[in-house]
Design a protein around this ligand. Structure first.
Ligand code: ADP
Ligand code: ZN
Length: 736
C-alpha cells in the first residue's frame, strides 16, 4: 500500500489525476497546491483527495509541494466539485478561481517598519532627560513616537520629523523605542473620515423581516430568503441587523454588491456600524487583496464585502451571505468558471448550513418563482421608510409628441417639467443607456453604415473628441469625410447618446448647471467623489447619466427623472428584455423623491403599450411577474427549465460553421434520448467580435441536471483547440 493523491489540475477536465505522494514527506493537507508533470507540461494543481492504494503501477510522483499549509479547506473542495459539475468545467479550474492572485504568489501585503515607544521609559525621558542640545533631534522624534502608542510607520516618522535615521538608531539603543515589521495596511477606509454609528430604531416592516431572518439563523440549517423591498424601503438596515445577529452567534458574513454600487457611500454604512470590514474591491492591488483575504481566513475580520468573487471569501464560521440587488447581471461571471454568485452562495450555504438573503426591489424571475414555490422564504417590504410615497410615473407616447431640440431628444412635456423643477430649486436626472453623440454614421447615398474593422457593429461618434469608437473592442478611428464604399461625400449621422443629451440640455437650459455621468466622464480618479459632492451641495442641477446613475444614487434633491428613451433595450434578441426593461425603469424611478417632496418620472417611448412600461409605471411588480412568468412558461424559458449555451468561435468562419455542426451532431442523439431541445447552430446576434466569428447552440432541458449528464458523455467533441474555441455557458445571462 502507498499513499496516493488525487490532484485537480487547472484544465477543462472533469476528473482529477492520481499521483504518488513523495515518500517520507510530511503529510500533505487537502486543498494544498502541488506541482505535477502532466504530459510534457508542469502544472499547479490542488490535492482534493488523499488515500492508501495498492494500484500504483505507472503512477508518477508529484514534483513538489507548494503550500506547506493548505490555503483551501475541505468545504471549499466540496464546493468546487459541485460547481465543476454544474458549470461543466474542471474542478481545478474552479479551485484556481477561489484564490486571489496575490495569495497564490504568497504575498501578504507590503512590509513596513513600525516604531513603538517603550513605556514608561519614553515618557520619562521626555520629562526629565534629552536636555542636551545635540539631543534635540532625538527629543523631537520621541515626542512624535509617544503620540502614536499604536505605532507609526518609520518612513512617515522620518518625513514628519525631517531627520535622518541616526537619532532613531540612538533612541533604539537607549531602549526608548522599538521597531517592528508589519504588513502595510492600505485600507480603503483610511481615506474616509468614518464615525461610528448605531442602528436607528427599525420600522415595523423591517423588524418583522429581521425577526424572520433571526429565526433562520437560529436553526442549524441552510435557508434562502428573498427580501423583496421597494427602493428606499430600508433593506440595508435589515442587512446590518442580520449581520449583527450573525456576529452575536460567533459567525461571519459576506455581503455581495454589484461592482458599481461599491461606492464610498455604501462602504461607509457597513464600516461605520461594524468598524472592521474586509473590502474586496476590484481596484485593490494583489498585495492589498491578499492582506484582506488573510485577515478573513485568520478570523481577524469577520465581515467581507465585495463584488461576485467575494462569494469565495474565506470568512471563518460563515453564517450569512447577502446578495444586494440580486437580480443584477454582474453576479454572473463571463469566463471560466462561468458561475452565478447567487447559485454559488446557495451551494456554499448548504455546505456551511448558513443563511442566504437575496435582496432586491425587482427580484429576478428565477428567485421570485422559487419563492412562490416555497423553496425560498419570501419577505416583503412594500413601503418606503418614513412613509415617503413612491414617485408618480408617466409613460409618454413619443408617437403623439413632436420631439424638439437637437437630435429630437426631448418631448415638449419633458422640457416644461424640467423648467418647473429648476424653478422650484430642485434637481433633475436624465437617463439614457447609450454613450456618445451619435450612435450611427452612414452614407446618405448608398446607406453604408460605418463599422468597426474587427467587429460586426456600428461605430459610435464622440463629438468632443471628434472620433469614432467601438464599444466592443475599443477600436478608435476618425469619422470619414466620404463614404468608404461609394465615395459619396454625403455623410450622415444619426441616433443619439448621452453626449448629445448633454448638448441638447445645455441648449434648452443655458442657465442650468449640468453634469454627465457615464464611463467616458467618470474615468478620472475621484470623479465619483467630486460628482457626489456637487450633487449634494446642489451645485449640479441637471445630471445626465447611463446605468451608472440609475443605480443606488441617494440624493433627496432629485425630484424629476426623465427617461430619454428606453426602447433600445427592448430590441435586443434576448428572452429577458422585458425583465431587464422593467428592472431598469424601476431602479431609475427609485432615484426620484427620496427627500420630503414627491418625485416625478417621465418615460419617453415609442412602445408605450408594452407591459414592462405599464407595470413599472404603476409600481406593480406582481402584475409584471405574472405576465412575464406566463410568457416564460409558454415558451419554456427559465425559470421553467434550464439553458446551456455553447459558443463556437474562431478566425475562420467556414471552420467555425463546420465545427458547430459537428458539435450539434454529436449532441443530437443524447438530446433526443433525454428530451433536451437543441436549437441551432446559428450565428450569434453579435456574429463577429474582435475578429472572431461566433456561432452558437442553445440546449434546453426541463431539469438542469440533464444538461450536466450530457457532457459527462460527450465532452470529447467540445474541446477547444488552437483554431476554434468552444465556450460552455450554463444558465447564460447573455444571448448575444
Ligand atoms: P433600500 O436599500 O431599500 O433602497 P435604504 O436602506 O438605503 O433602502 O434606506 C433608505 C433610506 O432610509 C436611507 O437613507 C436610510 O438611512 C433610511 N432608513 C432606513 N431605515 C431607517 C430607519 N429604521 N429609521 C430611519 N431611517 C431609516
Ligand atoms: Zn470593434
Amino acid at each position: 500500500m502507498s499513499l496516493v493523491l488525487d490532484v485537480a489540475v487547472p484544465l477543462p477536465l472533469r476528473q482529477a489525476f492520481t499521483y504518488l505522494a513523495p515518500e517520507n514527506a510530511a503529510p500533505i493537507a487537502l486543498g494544498a497546491r502541488v506541482q505535477v508533470s502532466f504530459g510534457p507540461r508542469k502544472l499547479t494543481g490542488f490535492v482534493i483527495a488523499c488515500r492508501e492504494s495498492d494500484k500504483t503501477d505507472g503512477l508518477k510522483s508529484i514534483d513538489r509541494v507548494i503550500d506547506p499549509v493548505a490555503l483551501l479547506d475541505e468545504d471549499q473542495i466540496k464546493l468546487a466539485q459541485k460547481m465543476a459539475q454544474r458549470y461543466v468545467c474542471g474542478p481545478g479550474e474552479v479551485l484556481a478561481a477561489f484564490l486571489p492572485a496575490g495569495v497564490k504568489k504568497g504575498s501578504r501585503g507590503k512590509i513596513t517598519t513600525l516604531v513603538f515607544p517603550i513605556e514608561p521609559n519614553a515618557t520619562e525621558a521626555l520629562a526629565n532627560g534629552l536636555k542636551n542640545k545635540r539631543e534635540q533631534r532625538q527629543r523631537e522624534l520621541l515626542t512624535a513616537v509617544v503620540d502614536q502608542p499604536g505605532g507609526i510607520p518609520r518612513q512617515v516618522l522620518l518625513r514628519v520629523a525631517n531627520v535622518s535615521d541616526s537619532p532613531l538608531k540612538t533612541l533604539t539603543k537607549k531602549g526608548l523605542v522599538r521597531l517592528e515589521q508589519s504588513f502595510e495596511r492600505e485600507d480603503v477606509f483610511s481615506r474616509l473620515d468614518i464615525k461610528q454609528t448605531s442602528a436607528p430604531p427599525l420600522m415595523k416592516e423591517q423588524t418583522s423581516c429581521v425577526e424572520a431572518i433571526g429565526h433562520a439563523l437560529a436553526h442549524d440549517k441552510a435557508e434562502t430568503i428573498l427580501l423583496h423591498g421597494v427602493t428606499g424601503s430600508g433593506k440595508t438596515e435589515v442587512y446590518l441587523a442580520a449581520i449583527e445577529r450573525t456576529l452575536e452567534q460567533g459567525r461571519g458574513a459576506i455581503v455581495l454588491v454589484p461592482e458599481i454600487s461599491l461606492t464610498p457611500q455604501t462602504l461607509e454604512r457597513f464600516e461605520s456600524r461594524f468598524g472592521s470590514v474586509a473590502v474586496l474591491h476590484s481596484h485593490l492591488t494583489d498585495a492589498e487583496r491578499a492582506f484582506q483575504w488573510q485577515e478573513l481566513r485568520e478570523g481577524k475580520k469577520r465581515i467581507a464585502i465585495g463584488p461576485r468573487s467575494a462569494v469565495f471569501a474565506p470568512v471563518a464560521e460563515l453564517g450569512l451571505i447577502i446578495l444586494d440587488e440580486e437580480h443584477e447581471n454582474t453576479f454572473k461571471q463571463q469566463n471560466v468558471p462561468r458561475y452565478h454568485a447567487r447559485d454559488v452562495a446557495i451551494m456554499r450555504a448548504k455546505i456551511k448550513r448558513a443563511v442566504v438573503i437575496l435582496g432586491s426591489a425587482t427580484p429576478s424571475l428565477e428567485s421570485y418563482e422559487a419563492a412562490e414555490r416555497g423553496e425560498f422564504q419570501y419577505l416583503k417590504m412594500p413601503s418606503r421608510v418614513r412613509e415617503i410615497p413612491l414617485p408618480e410615473v408617466s409613460v409618454i407616447d413619443m408617437r403623439a409628441q413632436r420631439p424638439t431640440g437637437p437630435g429630437g431628444v426631448f418631448s415638449p412635456l419633458l422640457v416644461s417639467m424640467i423648467r418647473h423643477t429648476l424653478d422650484r430649486g430642485e434637481q433633475v436626472l436624465l437617463f439614457l443607456n447609450r454613450r456618445g453623440y451619435h450612435t450611427n454614421v452612414m452614407c446618405k447615398s448608398c446607406g453604408f453604415i460605418v463599422q468597426c474593422p474587427s467587429c460586426d457593429v456600428a461605430l459610435t461618434f464622440y463629438k468632443s473628441q471628434n472620433r469614432l469608437q467601438c464599444h466592443h473592442c475599443g477600436y478608435v478611428g476618425r469619422p470619414p469625410t466620404m463614404c468608404p464604399e461609394c465615395k459619396h461625400r454625403d455623410i450622415y449621422f444619426k441616433g443619439f447618446g448621452t453626449e448629445m443629451v448633454e448638448h441638447a440640455t445645455r441648449k434648452f437650459f443655458p442657465e442650468a448647471r449640468v453634469a454627465r455621468m457615464d464611463s467616458e466622464t467618470m474615468r478620472k480618479r475621484h470623479a465619483h467623489e467630486e460628482l457626489f459632492r456637487a450633487l449634494k451641495s446642489g451645485e449640479v442641477q441637471i445630471l445626465i447619466g447611463t446605468q451608472m446613475a440609475a443605480k443606488g444614487l441617494d440624493f433627496p434633491g432629485i425630484t424629476l427623472i426623465g427617461v430619454i428613451s428606453a426602447d433600445t433595450s427592448l430590441l435586443i434578441p434576448d428572452f429577458r428584455v422585458a425583465e431587464r426593461t422593467f428592472q431598469l425603469m424601476t431602479q431609475v424611478s427609485g432615484r426620484a423623491g427620496r427627500g420630503s417632496r414627491l418625485g416625478r418620472v417621465l418615460i419617453q417611448t415609442y412602445t408605450p403599450e408594452h407591459y414592462a412600461y405599464r407595470t413599472a409605471a404603476s409600481h406593480d411588480f406582481t402584475r409584471f411577474a405574472e405576465q412575464e412568468l406566463q410568457f416564460r412558461r409558454e415558451s419554456r424559458y427559465p425559470p421553467f427549465g434550464s439553458l446551456l449555451r455553447l459558443v463556437i468561435q474562431g478566425a475562420d468562419e467556414a471552420n467555425v460553421i463546420k465545427r458547430a455542426e459537428r458539435v450539434a451532431d454529436s449532441l443530437r442523439p443524447h438530446c433526443f434520448t433525454s428530451n433536451i431541445t437543441i436549437l441551432g447552430p446559428s450565428p450569434c446576434p453579435l456574429s463577429f467580435i474582435r475578429k472572431q466569428h461566433r456561432h452558437h447552440i442553445l440546449l434546453r432541458a426541463d431539469d438542469g441536471r440533464q444538461l450536466e449528464d450530457l457532457f459527462q458523455e460527450t465532452h470529447r467533441d467540445i474541446r477547444s483547440d488552437k483554431r476554434i474555441q468552444v465556450l460552455i455557458d450554463r444558465d447564460p445571462t447573455s444571448m448575444m
